[in-house]
Design a protein around this ligand. Structure first.
Ligand code: DGJ
Length: 797
């Protein structure tokens, strides 16, 4: 019967989708996803896990030899068939399945009653693009799509379940299209993108849920907990994917760790209000589901109309969290990012925000730019404050005319001068917003989202423009397009600094449509602006990581991960992101310390050592750098540029934390490996540290060397007197002058061994423990870190 072949390299049997005896077999290189049509036409989920050879799946099907207690039989003649105890692919409503349904569709004649039965299926080569939302892309050689048609003729509803199998990437995406086939309007009140009923036993019986949660300046911290009875999950109602809960989440076996065990990963190609949930009932099944958050959502469908959900991304690995991450990373790079950004090197950026805030001008920027160019930076980004009226956050948003007082010769003059310095030019915009104090708002107050007759609420002093209004979309496309066409900008930072409230637009048919229509139109706006301008590198941002999601990555190369540039906070943020997003999409900058967000004082070396695991940039008043700091920054940038490919596109691994206050990260590409060893907090009398290294060839000999970095002497205060011949006042002129021009050497370490030896964990040099200092001692203290570069010395036999 129907199957599609792909290249044998990607799939050993050559089958991606096979339909045999009522069972659908979806096969990726290392995973299998199977389901079958039951005798009553429902789709019974059979298996999602390690790849299995295609065969009779009976042994994996849920037993139905006895009636379930406290259940309702689906058919009077078949009392053992209850939808409540079956693992299902997509439930209806009111048929005896008392778990939460992925859909609620209200019809005029039957209300809430939906019994979806199999009617047919089609297989397509390649991915099928959605009409209204971004989706992952795959050529016929990379992807195969199965569309299963379900229907309830009485309710007048057809539901198409889309499964796209990215065989080599080991990812399956799912989405749903619903169609009103009845004679009257229906209202879709909930429609999730997927449902997956997994046996708890497949995750060792005590599954864990891992979510990525936080707040402004504290995004995407990983939280790992056992799944208890009832509901667990995350959602967003801010209008965007939000800094509170990322739409991506994981389900893991009790014993899974970074390198072992079964892990399922879920994400959404969506930037709006989302819901991701796990329901643990009494029958040994977990119902996992995700999609648009039904809170405040409703979508009327006239006869013949359709509604499509965002696409969900599903992956499985039995090689721990790192195995899962590797699949998700490859998938994002190959099938979500626009092809033009796929493996292109991201430049080292200077961004004006943390140093200059709104106080930018050609003169002030050029002072920074000269230093940035001299230090080796490649891109110079003019952040907020460049347009008329933008003295602070109370004014100017909406009008993108350059401020003549700050830029008397226009932006063109700055761009030309940047180019003469060898720097590409980049510009910040926030086009979804408007300040009341702006020409745009004075002309079009009705362009802001608001509830009629009620004053609209402000967030960061601004209103949200009503992107449901096509005129607003045209204005944004024209104004940003004109800005880009008038100047040779090679980069845009697209910001969005408030949540939605008063989510009402006169340009949709029903109030519950506004939030989703806003997001759909935003994607259309981004497509219209950036697709015709492939020379522009797009970075998206929303008060930092308030919209870090796959739908934004369908347009942009990277996302500003957080307004928090404190590396100790960034360890959590970037590590959290790394579970689902590749390093080439995580924008990470170095700023001055004490940090604007935490007042924490951290070494310059650690600021770099964390930021280099991502897309590197600096947000720093470069005029304040001492001579020693300039040398350090110059070397950091040279090091990053040498290893850029590894940091942006290498394979990333998290090592299991040997201690809650230690993080160990690794990037490798088969030839080179770099490790980052980070200590959040020092403990007195520390035990020797082991540095884990993975992925080396057992018989090849390697040399591991610490990246040279400076210890700035002002870090030591009075302690410096232990190593100086004369006594110095730590607050005196001599020491503060010396600190600008001298520094100490941080641990110079070198280790040699075969891959097999190093895999035992390198016994690192002692760290400082109050007894002595010399260049062989690792001077970590609180917030200390070291990078280690692993080079091949001799190939094994
Ligand atoms: C929020 C962003 O996250 C910052 O990086 C900066 O661009 C400001 N907005 C500017 O207003």
């Amino acid at each position: 019967m129907g199957y599609v072949r792909i290249s044998p390299a990607a799939d050993r049997d050559g089958h991606v989708i096979e339909h045999r005896d009522g069972t659908f077999y979806l096969q990726t290189a290392h995973t299998s996803y199977w389901f079958a049509v039951t005798e009553h036409g429902h789709l019974e989920h059979i298996h999602y896990g390690p790849r299995l050879a295609i065969q009779d799946p009976s042994a994996l099907r849920w037993s139905r030899v006895a009636r379930g207690g406290s259940t309702v039989a689906y058919a009077p003649e078949d009392v053992r068939y209850s939808l409540d105890t079956l693992p299902l692919e997509f439930s209806g409503i009111g048929q005896g399945d008392y778990r939460t349904s992925p859909c609620e569709i209200r019809t005029a004649h039957v209300g809430y009653d939906l019994d979806l039965g199999y009617r047919g299926h089609e297989v397509h080569a390649g991915s099928l693009a959605a009409r209204t939302l971004p989706t992952a892309h795959g050529t016929p050689a990379e992807a195969t799509t199965l569309v299963i048609d379900l229907a309830d003729e009485r309710a007048g509803i057809e539901v198409a379940l889309h499964y796209t199998v990215f065989a080599a990437a080991d990812v399956i995406t799912r989405r749903v299209v619903v169609r009103n086939t009845g004679p009257a309007e229906v209202v879709v009140e909930k429609l999730l993108s997927f449902q997956l009923d997994l046996p708890e036993a497949s995750l060792g019986g005590a599954p864990r849920l891992i979510t990525f949660d936080g707040a402004w300046i504290a995004e995407t911290h990983a939280h790992d907990r056992p799944i208890g009875p009832g509901f667990s999950g995350v959602s967003s109602s801010t209008g965007s994917s939000s800094n509170r809960h990322n739409p991506g989440f994981l389900l893991a076996a009790a014993d899974a760790d970074e390198d072992h065990g079964r892990v399922h990963g879920f994400n959404l190609v969506y930037s709006g209000n989302h819901l991701g949930s796990v329901e643990r009932g009494a029958t040994g099944l977990l119902r996992v589901a995700g999609g648009i958050n039904p809170q405040g959502f409703s979508w009327p469908l006239a006869p013949g109309e359709e509604f499509e959900t965002p696409e969900a991304v599903l992956a499985f690995a039995d090689t721990g969290f790192n195995g899962l991450s590797e699949r998700m990373h490859r998938f994002v790079v190959d099938h979500v990012l626009p092809a033009r950004y796929r493996r292109t090197p991201r430049p080292v950026a200077y961004n004006s925000w943390e140093a200059l805030s709104f106080d930018v001008s050609e003169r002030r920027l050029l002072k920074q730019a000269r230093r940035a160019a001299d230090l080796g930076m490649e891109l110079f980004v003019v952040d907020d404050g460049w347009f008329a009226g933008r003295k602070d956050d109370t004014a100017g948003l909406g009008d993108y005319a350059v401020d003549d007082a700050k830029f008397p010769r226009g932006l063109g003059s700055l761009v030309t001068k940047l180019s003469a310095l060898g720097l590409q030019a980049g510009i910040w915009v926030e086009p979804e917003m408007v300040n009341e104090d702006s020409e745009l708002y004075r002309t079009h107050p009705e362009w802001a989202l608001r509830i009629p007759g009620k004053p609209a609420r402000l967030g960061r002093q601004q209103h949200v423009l009503d992107l449901c209004n096509p005129d607003v979309c045209d204005y944004v496309v024209a104004s940003v397009g004109a800005l880009l066409d008038a100047h040779d900008f090679r980069y845009v930072k697209w910001d969005m600094n408030r949540h939605l409230a008063d989510t009402h637009s006169p340009h949709v048919r029903a109030p519950g449509m506004t939030a989703h229509q806003y997001v759909a139109n935003l994607h259309d706006v981004l497509r219209r602006i950036f697709e015709p301008r492939p020379h522009v590198l797009l970075e998206t941002c929303s008060s930092g990581g308030n919209r870090f999601d796959l739908a934004m990555l369908a347009h942009s190369a990277m996302i500003w991960a957080s307004d928090d540039t404190d590396p100790i906070e960034r360890l959590e943020i970037q590590q959290g992101l790394s579970y689902l997003y590749p390093l080439s999409t995580i924008s990470a900058h170095i700023s001055n310390a004490p940090h604007q967000q935490t007042l924490r004082n951290t070494p310059l070396s650690t600021r770099f050592n964390v930021a280099c695991f991502g897309v590197l940039g600096y947000e720093y008043d470069l005029e304040l750098l001492s001579s020693e700091e300039r040398k350090e920054v110059r070397e950091q940038i040279a090091f990053y540029r040498t290893h850029r490919d590894l940091f942006q596109h290498g394979r990333f691994r998290r090592h299991t934390k040997p201690h809650p206050d230690r993080f160990v990260w690794q990037v490798d590409d088969g030839d080179r490996t770099i490790l980052g060893n980070f200590q959040r907090r020092v403990v007195a009398a520390p035990a020797p540290d082991l540095l884990p290294v993975a992925g080396l060839e057992p018989e090849t000999t390697y040399r591991v060397r610490s990246k040279p970095q400076r210890l700035m002497i002002d870090r030591f205060g009075d302690l410096i007197n232990h190593v100086t011949p004369i006594r110095l006042d730590p607050r005196g002129v001599v020491l503060s002058t010396a600190a600008k021009f001298t520094s100490l050497t941080d641990a110079a370490e070198e280790y040699v061994g075969t891959g097999a030896l190093l895999a035992q964990g390198i016994r690192l040099h002692h760290q400082f423990s109050g007894t002595e200092y010399h260049p062989g001692i690792r001077m970590l203290g609180d917030h200390g870190s070291t990078l280690y570069v692993v080079e091949r010395l001799e190939e094994g036999p």
